[in-house]
Design a protein. Structure first.
Length: 375
């Protein structure tokens, strides 16, 4: 029979601009359906150590049983985009799951050999840190094997397959792709590409990676403690934001050297002022002439400064900020009361066709689909 035992703790709260949150409270979420085979599942040497962990967590919230593999898949992106290739009747998995703002952390032990296909709809970055067991990942015709002490990263919207051996224990870290990409853009000082190529295996010997993994495991340990301070959004949300930003220093990608560089140029006051104006008033009818006048520099000087320090023009920077804000608004709006047109017009996009095109190019889907996903 299929048995998944889970505890779910979800927290959300207001955060900084790059990490939009929707609430400021912490709730315990659990499902009670009836538990089966828990003792049997925890009987193996690999899984026995989970029993004590389950008791510790159940002191704060009851254990519940999810009813299908699809419900396990829903924990990733809110839709059953994973397809189980092995026998559903033999599937078993023990897990605990916590969410703080845009960050989701789970810890689970696989009770049987599991093979699944990952659909292209997942809109998140995921890092899997193995404690015991073995996994295989197949993507673009290449197979990546991982054992204890290794970590792999999955980019959003990628096709592939995964195999987990029975007894495998993992920690999974999930970040909403839009939140992660916005954090990267903020750190770079300009918008990054919508699709970023990542090395699928984290360089565990690199100090930034080891440090970030330590932060992640500390977050998991403290967050799953009923009396832990990280359960409080005032403490947990800044930690979650640090994990999002640290993620870009832990994984290998084309922007990593730029982020880690120590000789980054500091923009003059006029350029910093222009950036603040754009960030704070992106919804307003800003013009290049008006921005340069408020910064007490000429239009040409402002353009040259943006090109030197940000690698883009002021108006291109403004358009990128508006696009990001519009996308965030679509993600967090009620489609029954909000339209794509109202969001587009609010953020300065007068041509709906053009807005739809640039949104699809940046985020991989039309704005109407993003709005429907927020339902």
């Amino acid at each position: 029979m299929c048995t998944i035992v889970a505890i779910s703790r979800k927290c959300a709260g207001t955060g900084r601009r790059a990490l939009p949150m929707s609430a400021d409270q912490c709730n315990i979420v659990s499902v009670t359906v009836g538990v089966a085979r828990v003792g049997e599942m925890l009987a193996s040497p690999v899984e026995r150590h989970s029993a004590q962990g389950a008791e510790n967590v159940s002191a704060a919230s009851d254990w519940g049983s999810l009813r299908s593999f699809d419900e396990f898949a829903l924990a990733c992106c809110g839709r059953p985009h994973l397809k189980l290739k092995t026998d559903p009747e033999s599937f078993s998995l023990v897990q605990r799951l916590g969410q703080m703002g845009p960050v989701t952390v789970s810890e689970f032990v696989v009770g049987s050999d599991t093979w699944m296909d990952n659909g292209a709809e997942c809109g998140a970055y995921r890092v899997l840190v193995l404690e015991t067991g073995r996994t295989e990942r197949v993507r673009s015709g290449l197979t990546f094997s991982a054992g204890p002490g290794t970590a792999t990263v999955y980019a959003p919207r990628g096709l592939g397959a995964a195999r987990w051996a029975a007894g495998t224990k993992m920690t999974c870290f999930r970040i909403d792709a839009c939140t992660a990409n916005d954090a990267l853009s903020d750190a770079l000082g300009h918008s990054a590409a919508a699709h970023i190529d990542l090395n699928p295996v984290l360089p565990m010997r690199a100090e930034p990676t080891r440090s970030w993994i330590d932060m992640l495991l500390l977050f998991k340990e403290q967050f799953f403690r009923p009396d832990g301070l990280l359960n409080h959004p005032m403490v947990g949300l800044p930690f979650a934001e640090s994990l999002v930003r640290g993620f870009w220093l832990a994984v290998e990608h084309g922007h990593r050297d730029a982020l880690a560089g120590t000789a980054r140029l500091i923009a003059p006051r006029a350029i910093r002022t222009a950036i603040e104006i754009i960030q704070e008033e992106a919804h307003a009818p800003l013009t290049l002439t008006a921005i340069s006048a408020r910064c007490n520099v000429s239009v040409r000087s402002l353009q040259q400064g943006f090109q030197r320090y940000l690698g883009t023009s002021p108006m291109s920077y403004l358009r990128e900020v508006r696009l990001r804000r519009a996308h965030q608004a679509l993600l967090h709006s009620d489609p029954s009361t909000t339209t794509v047109a109202s969001v587009a017009y609010h953020w300065g996009f007068s041509n709906l066709g053009r807005f739809a095109a640039v949104h699809a190019a940046r985020y991989g889907e039309p704005p109407a689909q993003t709005l429907r996903r927020s339902a």
